[in-house]
Design a protein around this ligand. Structure first.
Ligand code: NI
Length: 128
């Protein structure tokens, strides 16, 4: 027999279902952890702030929409099913002309605004 905790842990994590529970833009929600890394779903639209992550790379996986990640010397455009790893220490600024739903993978404790701080900094470690 399995108890309810084991049953729950064996449920698949459905990105679309989880994303539909997220009401706020630019507020990442943790859906899983692997060792010290977290998988975070987030809905974004519009422009973000320039920032970098001095301690870690950051992975973007687009689920829905078209994401542009600006760099000081160019940009990359990602569609559904595409991913990109921003190297540590590289300044970047996500931009979404229309809503984008994406999965972020980064170590536990990484802030969305990296070293930039400010009002766009989202609370960390919020699960959904
Ligand atoms: Ni970042």
């Amino acid at each position: 027999m399995t108890n309810s905790t084991e049953t729950r842990e064996r449920m698949p994590i459905n990105f679309s279902q989880k994303l539909d529970l997220i009401a706020d833009l630019w507020q990442p929600r943790v859906v899983a952890e692997m060792n010290d890394y977290q998988f975070k779903l987030v809905r974004i639209e519009g422009d973000f702030v320039w920032h970098d992550h001095p301690e870690t790379d950051e992975t973007f996986i687009v689920i829905d929409g078209i994401l542009r990640i600006d760099f000081r010397d160019g940009f990359v455009r990602l569609g559904p099913g595409e991913m990109f790893v921003v190297p540590r220490g590289v300044e970047h600024k996500p931009y979404a002309e229309r809503e984008v739903r994406l999965l972020l993978i980064e170590p536990r404790g990484v802030l969305n605004t990296g070293n930039a701080g400010g009002e766009r900094t989202a609370a960390n470690d919020r699960w959904i």
